[in-house]
Design a protein around this ligand. Structure first.
Ligand code: AMP
Length: 567
């Protein structure tokens, strides 16, 4: 079975298309969202999602989150002495979602359509595909998140053509996509974004407001306190979608500290962040060569667009009332499931041909003779960003020096005028007949296909000598042996068994609340935990479940009492 997966910065989720509609797949705790959090406990066991998050409150060094931001980089995370890359951490999440989907559907799931931010570069896409492979999933298609959301909004269902702007503000990234639907073809016109802007930044703003009021700096707080403060800021931020003011309360140095914040005050402090939404919106319009008057619809996706401040800012800035009726937490996964159904040629769904654009410029390095002795290295774009793919372009260049016997075509990706500031994807060396500079012409052809497969050909015009290299999404693709090797490494890391998940989650949550509780609350937690431990040791499954429910009830009561205080 082929499923759709939204591998998010903050949360991940799987969905499938069955009986003519999208179904969200619940995880092992029966929740629709799985936090993109991984932890390794002291026994070396891998914890995922909510359980990992709970464990991480008391053991912050054993937990990793926001690793989507470092996909495709060399960043390594050390969790209780286990070394893991962002791909491996993502693979753990994917593996957990795959298992949940198999349990839910009652069949094996070995293929997926996985979404990525439209602005992800080649390395980041490659890393996502590798993560899928490491989780035992064949990645059938990498779909841009905004394109998936548009599918979830049913763009493409009416016979009318529509021009739509998708604004996606998730936990860690902001993407703007302009797409047009016309006669069964969904064409992406332009993508722009900010890889370092997301809902998390709004949470951090609230943390800073809290610290500023109390004359605190980051260094004054322990990791634990910072974690608690982050949690309180996150709760406070989310409560702004339904109320105009909120109280943040945290235990600092053993005493409770509370501050009340109003939505207006928060909005004012977020202004610099909101202003960063403007630039990519303007850039996407410029790149698509249209104005706001050409936009029929704006759709808001990503959890952070729940903030009323963002909705009104977008409306003020664009003059268009944005749509946000599809649950922003699930729209990407819903669309990925629709795309998966199209891939499977599900008869309940009409195929929409998705055309995409190349989200970055591809080019090469050339020497420009500026008439002085200092020859300048310059970037020569061959395929400009936002060109509809598939595409093929040729540029003619010439030898730069007298008696040159070889040319090197460096294959670069990026927008900088300076070649070294762009990403080097590969290179080609080509022999040329020796002669005066400028005598030999070389045609360089870049072809970029729908699967982000880049083929570069270079041909010496006089001799007809031609060389080609294919740089694909999977160019850094691991060999079968390497995949097996990493697979072994990951399977050696035992994932917490599905059936034990709810118990572990309850234990970690009780540990956390025990630490922050006092007096009679502590005694109640202690009592329930002792009984729960006894049941885990000696009880039947039913008794364990009953005691767990009782423990969770006590924990809910204690935590919710805190929430009343918070709001
Ligand atoms: P996503 O990556 O789309 O799951 O978005 C996650 C981001 O949405 C996180 O930064 C959350 O704090 C934020 N978020 C979720 N719910 C709300 C809410 N009700 N109000 C404000 N932000 C929210």
């Amino acid at each position: 079975m082929l499923i759709g997966i939204d591998l998010g910065t903050t949360n991940s989720l799987a969905a499938c298309f069955r009986n003519g509609k999208v179904e969200l797949i619940p995880n092992r705790l029966n929740e629709k969202l799985t936090p993109s959090v991984v932890a390794v406990d002291e026994k070396g066991q891998i914890l995922i999602g909510e359980t990992a998050r709970e464990y991480g409150y008391l053991h912050p060094q054993a937990m990793a989150r926001l690793f989507k931001r470092t996909m495709g980089t060399d960043r390594v995370y050390y969790l209780n002495d286990t070394e893991l890359s962002s791909e491996e951490l993502s693979a753990m999440i994917l593996r957990s979602l795959k298992e949940d989907a198999e349990a839910y559907l009652g069949e094996s799931v070995d293929e997926a359509v996985i979404s990525v931010p439209a602005y992800f570069n080649d390395n980041q896409r490659k890393a996502t595909k590798q993560a899928g492979e490491l989780a035992g999933l064949k990645v059938n298609r990498i779909i841009n998140e905004p394109t998936a959301s548009a599918l979830a909004y049913g763009i493409g269902e009416s016979s009318e053509s529509e021009c739509c702007m998708v604004l996606d503000l998730g936990g860690g990234t902001f993407d703007v996509t302009i797409l047009e639907y016309f006669r069964n073809i969904m064409e992406v016109y332009a993508v722009a974004g900010d890889n370092q802007l997301g809902g998390e930044d709004f949470t951090i703003t609230l943390m800073e407001m809290f610290m500023q009021r109390n004359g605190l700096e980051n260094d004054d707080l322990t990791l634990r306190e910072l974690g608690d403060l982050y949690k309180a800021a996150e709760q406070c931020k989310c409560s702004f979608s339904s109320q105009k003011s909120s109280i943040m309360s945290v235990m600092l140095k053993g005493r409770p500290v509370s501050e009340e914040f109003t939505l207006d005050e928060f909005a004012e402090n977020c202004y610099p962040l909101m202003d960063r939404l403007r630039k990519p919106i303007e850039k996407s319009l410029r790149d698509a060569r249209i104005t706001l008057l050409d936009i029929d619809r704006i759709i808001l996706v990503g959890g952070a667009t729940r903030l009323p401040t963002i909705r009104s800012y977008v409306q003020e800035m664009t003059g268009i009332y944005p749509d946000y009726y599809v649950d922003p937490d699930t729209s990407v996964a819903q669309g990925a499931a629709v795309a998966a159904a199209m891939k499977e040629r599900n008869q309940d769904i009409e195929e929409v041909i998705l055309t995409d654009v190349c989200p970055f410029t591809l080019g090469t390095e050339v020497i420009s003779d500026n008439g002085r002795f200092d020859e300048e290295l310059r970037y020569l774009p061959i395929i400009e960003r936002n060109t509809v793919i598939p595409v093929s372009h040729t540029e003619r260049v010439y030898t730069a020096h007298d008696n040159q016997s070889e040319v090197t075509v460096r294959i670069l990706q990026g927008e900088s005028r300076l070649p070294r500031a762009n990403l080097l994807l590969g290179w080609l060396n080509l022999e040329v007949p020796v002669g005066p500079k400028g005598q030999e012409a070389i045609d360089i052809t870049y072809t970029y296909d729908v699967n982000s497969l880049l083929e570069v050909r270079a041909k010496v015009v006089s001799t007809g000598l031609e060389k080609a290299v294919v740089i694909q999404n999977d160019s850094n693709r691991l060999s079968d042996e390497e995949v097996n090797e990493r697979f072994r490494k990951l399977s050696y890391l035992r994932q917490n068994p599905r059936e034990e998940e709810a118990n572990m989650y309850a234990i970690f949550r009780a540990d956390r609340l025990y630490e922050s509780a006092e007096g009679s609350d502590r005694q109640r937690i202690e009592k329930e935990m002792t009984e729960f431990d006894r049941m885990l040791d000696q009880g039947t499954r039913l008794q364990v479940e009953k005691q767990r429910q009782q423990l969770m009830q006590v924990l809910d009561e204690i935590e919710n009492r805190g929430k009343v205080f918070l709001s």
